[in-house]
Design a protein around this ligand. Sequence first.
Ligand code: IMP
Ligand code: MG
Length: 180
Amino acid sequence: MNDPNVGRIVVETEELQNRIAQLGKEISADYAETPPLLVGVLKGAFMFMADLARAIDLPVEFDFMAVSSYGSATRTSGVVRILKDLDLDISGRHVLVVEDIVDSGLTLAYLRKNLAVRGPASLNVCALLLKDGLQRRDPDLRYVGFRIPPAFVIGYGLDAAERYRNLPYVAEYTGPEAGR
Ligand code: IMP
Ligand code: MG
């Protein structure tokens, strides 16, 4: 893309699609007896969710949650606000949370705690991207697409101040400090 804010590509389109196909197979095998309720975390996970779901050969159901992390522009504080809660009751359900990226792990720690008290039969997480070396807590991810270096990235659902979500690959962001 001819945009000076879009830096080097971190994960190419084809790598994304190949890895997502693998993840879909793993999930289909692991959940064969207990089809999951996929819970997408908006907005970042929308594109990953759409591709992952099509790679899962099971009668899955969908729900979405929207959260925003408070903190400075490019760092989360762990204080998370729910902007849109789930529509469905997850008690007794096998919940698989679909996340775009885990950075400090604080957003996920909050989400996990929030969902666990609702009594799901099981609660696991599938994250497309995991930033190396930044987690303040063990993120305990059942499925991870890619481990990436700790730079701010955009594309494939991920934004910098709401832009670049539609890039079909993941790239480093080289523009001015981006909000979340
Ligand atoms: P954490 O709480 O530090 O793990 O941050 C998680 C959330 O911050 C993700 O769900 C994203 O919405 C956002 N985020 C973290 N790193 C990036 C990035 O490199 N690009 C875009 N959004 C990010
Ligand atoms: Mg964001």
